[in-house]
Design a binder for this molecule. Structure first.
Ligand SMILES: NC(=O)c1ccc[n+]([C@@H]2O[C@H](COP(=O)([O-])OP(=O)(O)OC[C@H]3O[C@@H](n4cnc5c(N)ncnc54)[C@H](O)[C@@H]3O)[C@@H](O)[C@H]2O)c1
Length: 428
């Protein structure tokens, strides 16, 4: 289906990867866009793609080269916004899809940004801290042509953190000759970061989870929750569900799966991960499962919070849950989406469920511009309100049009993006 589009020549039509998933999602929303569908092609083509070579001197004196990207998918509604990922499997197709999902996500929660994303094809675990710093600084210098507080604002994603953002900000400030805290978000508090940013994505997952549970008649206290990924998103979501009285019965990370039907002690699991680097070997677990068996564990809420394309036609059939909260970006393929919808599983899509991070990034950017910082309570209250309103707006569209929450989110968001495109008109 997706190969019917006139594809840009830099893509392989036989292996579109995550970009193919995104294109299929756009196919599904197009019939609902009315006269705006005239502009839909704009969503199928990233506005700007920058591929960079990132050379660094290794600690042993050798020179290593890494492949880097910054993709600005759409900037009709505002400057680009989206994270930077350091991972050995980063591809252009992946960064393109992630940038497009940022366009949809930012419009879904109505923050005034377009969509962008960046990445370097590197396993950061193979680099020393100094090598990582050199890599980050050179990458920032290479993409400094197109980023800036009013142009495109990077943030953390998989394997990047506050320290990486601080290096990016400093490199940009050195190039520009002035302090530009607003060029990246997800910075340390000491450098213009925002309270609540680190927890924001997991908190947002929890807030929409609570709304979805109310719609589905699932009680949060006592709910059985399974989580894939115990990093920034999955780890915080686990803590919030546990604090609300849910039982986190299974957690999977890149090394394995720990299960306790009575509920894992999430605080102790965090300690174990901090000490040992992974969930494997956690003494509070009653079972350790292999990777695929995780998907068959019966639960009320399942949260994929690791990487994309984890829930596929191959494992969707064994999933036994009521609600899926997509903490990760792009964790479910369109085929799996259909299988799970037929099984009456309520899927809260990534472009809504994990929008808490970019929402507080927006708060950080606003605070940096005004040099006036808000309290954590204020930030959490504003975040909660935006996530609840977005969920309920999407829910109404889904009921009205009899579509999934994913298509409903795309309808709301793509309408906003294409309305902006239409009123701006084409230049020249
Ligand atoms: N950090 C944010 O603010 C944010 C915002 C929106 C979306 N996301 C998305 O959430 C997902 C996770 O991001 P993060 O920031 O928590 O990353 P992270 O690096 O903090 O954590 C990733 C977690 O996933 C696990 N993992 C990695 N590969 C795995 C595999 N093959 N199987 C099982 N577990 C695996 C890791 O062990 C780790 O626990 C990504 O898809 C990211 O794009 C993150």
């Amino acid at each position: 289906m997706t190969t019917q589009h006139a594809l840009p020549s830099y893509l392989n039509p036989d292996d579109l990867g995550p970009w193919g998933v995104y294109l299929e999602q756009i196919e599904r929303v197009t019939p609902h866009l009315g006269s705006l569908s005239r502009w839909v092609e704009t969503l199928k083509r990233p506005k700007r793609i920058l591929t960079v070579d990132v050379p660094i001197e290794r600690d042993d004196g050798s020179i290593a080269h890494y492949e880097g990207y910054r993709v600005q998918h759409n900037m009709s509604r505002g400057p680009g916004k989206g994270g930077v990922r350091f991972h050995q499997d980063v591809t252009l197709s992946e960064v393109m899809a992630l940038s497009a999902w940022m366009t949809v996500k930012n419009a879904a929660v109505n923050v005034p940004y377009g969509g962008a994303k960046g990445g370097i094809r590197v396993d950061p675990k193979t680099l020393s801290r100094n090598e990582l710093q050199r890599l980050t600084r050179r990458y920032t210098s290479e993409i400094s042509l197109i980023i800036g507080p009013n142009k495109d604002i990077p943030a953390p994603d998989v394997n990047t953190n506050e320290q990486v953002m601080a290096w990016m900000m400093d490199s940009y400030a050195m190039i520009e000759g002035n302090l530009s805290t607003g060029v990246v978000t997800g910075k340390p508090i000491s450098l213009g970061g925002s309270l609540g940013r680190r927890e924001a994505t997991g908190r947002g997952v929890f807030v929409v989870g609570r709304e979805a549970a109310a719609k589905r008649g699932v009680s949060i206290p006592g709910a059985r929750v399974c989580i894939q990924g115990f990093g920034n998103v999955g780890g915080v979501a686990a803590t919030m569900f546990a604090e609300a009285g849910s039982k986190v019965i299974a957690v999977q990370d890149h090394t394995g799966t720990v299960v306790n039907q009575g509920g894992l002690d999430v605080a102790r699991l965090h300690q174990h991960v901090a000490e040992c680097g992974s969930v494997t070997g956690f003494p509070g677990a009653e079972a350790f499962l292999d990777r695929d068996a995780f998907w068959g564990i019966e639960s009320d809420i399942l949260i994929p919070a690791a990487l994309e394309q984890q829930i596929t036609a191959a494992n969707a059939n064994i999933i036994r849950t009521k609600i899926i909260l997509e903490g990760a970006n792009g964790p479910t393929t369109p085929e799996a989406d259909d299988i799970l919808t037929d099984k009456d599983v309520l899927i809260v899509p990534d472009v809504l469920a994990n929008a808490g991070g970019v929402t507080v990034s927006y708060f950080e950017w606003v605070q940096d511009f005004s040099s006036f910082f808000w309290s954590e309570d204020e930030i959490n209250a504003r975040l909660t309100r935006i996530m609840q309103e977005a969920f309920n707006a999407v829910w109404s569209v889904a009921q009205d049009k009899k579509v999934t929450l994913r298509t409903a989110t795309f309808i709301l968001a793509c309408t906003r993006v294409l309305q902006a495109r239409e009123v701006r008109g084409l230049y020249p």
